[in-house]
Write a protein that binds this ligand. Structure first.
Ligand SMILES: NC(=O)c1ccc[n+]([C@@H]2O[C@H](COP(=O)([O-])OP(=O)(O)OC[C@H]3O[C@@H](n4cnc5c(N)ncnc54)[C@H](O)[C@@H]3O)[C@@H](O)[C@H]2O)c1
Length: 268
């Protein structure tokens, strides 16, 4: 085999179709762009239609195939529509559940409304995506589902109990589903990223007018970077490449696993 051919094939997604939720920003956006770069047609879904369309436009401008659609993952019915849209592009091979939201409060102050919102999006949204994707993939002979957990499921940090609870639940959902659907050719894995500056994490350094305070940003990111053995925070592409690995034939013997691109800040 010619040099590079075996590796090229292992990561080749030409002719494949992916759905990425939360594709309008951050890790979902990077995942969508990297999957498209590997040859995949990508349905970019986000509750924010404009941002989903913007990601699809970037992919299209780079020569890839993508569609941007509005989809609230907390609404169980949208997942079936996303499956149908994927089928209109040729099938469903990859599903990435990246849509997620955060709330911060100490346990003693945690509002039920925040808990309900995080459960609806982070947990039920991921479950509904797994169900719709899993049914279609089981019927069509297989596929790969990638769920976005978080290092927060492993490292107890103050004020993020509701978020960490949902991300811990995503881990067990991933493992149990992997157990149930492996014989149907469906692989289910999760990624537990460390700290990656995105819209979600920018709340730590936003001014009241919504713009980023650079000094505050540096003050937040520097200790985060120091804490990690690799001495930096993550880039969205660090997570996008982990998604590519789990989506591609390179990981065909991998299921029920939690991959942790986190600079070594947590080890398990
Ligand atoms: N950035 C980090 O440091 C980090 C670390 C660990 C895990 N994560 C997880 O990675 C995922 C992506 O986070 P991010 O940092 O890219 O955040 P982000 O805020 O940049 O992107 C999240 C996207 O999800 C979309 N979204 C929110 N609610 C939705 C809904 N109900 N339906 C559909 N889309 C919805 C948002 O509009 C946004 O475009 C999340 O699940 C998050 O919990 C992020």
């Amino acid at each position: 085999m010619a040099s590079g051919q075996m590796v090229g094939q292992a990561f080749d997604l030409n002719g494949k179709v992916a759905v990425v939720t939360g594709a309008g920003s951050g890790l979902g956006r990077s995942s969508a762009e990297i999957l498209a770069d590997a040859g995949c047609a990508v349905i970019c879904a986000d509750v924010d239609r404009e941002s989903a369309e913007a990601t699809a436009a970037v992919i299209g401008a780079a020569g890839g195939t993508a569609a941007g659609v509005a989809a609230d993952v907390a609404d169980q019915t949208v997942h079936g529509h996303l499956v149908e849209l994927a089928k209109s592009f040729g099938g469903l091979d990859v599903w990435v559940n990246s849509a997620g939201v955060m709330a911060e409060d100490k346990v003693l102050d945690l509002a039920e409304s925040d808990l309900d919102r995080l459960i609806a999006v982070n947990l039920k949204g991921t479950l509904f995506g797994c169900q719709a994707a899993g049914r279609q993939m089981a019927a069509s002979g297989g596929g790969s589902i990638v769920n976005m957990s978080s290092a927060a499921m492993l490292v107890p940090s103050p004020r993020v109990a509701a978020y960490a609870m949902t991300k811990g639940a995503v881990v067990q959902l991933t493992r149990i589903m992997a157990l149930e659907v492996g014989k149907l050719g469906v692989r289910v894995n999760a990624i537990a990223p460390g700290f990656v500056p995105t819209k979600m994490t920018s709340r730590y350094y936003l001014r009241p007018d919504g713009t980023e305070d650079e000094a505050m940003k540096a003050a937040v990111l520097e200790p985060m970077a120091k804490f990690a053995p690799l001495k930096r925070v993550g880039e969205p592409a660090d997570i996008g490449f982990a998604v590519l690995y789990l989506a591609s034939p390179a990981s065909s013997y991998v299921t029920g696993q939690i991959l942790s691109p986190n600079g070594g800040m947590a080890m398990h």
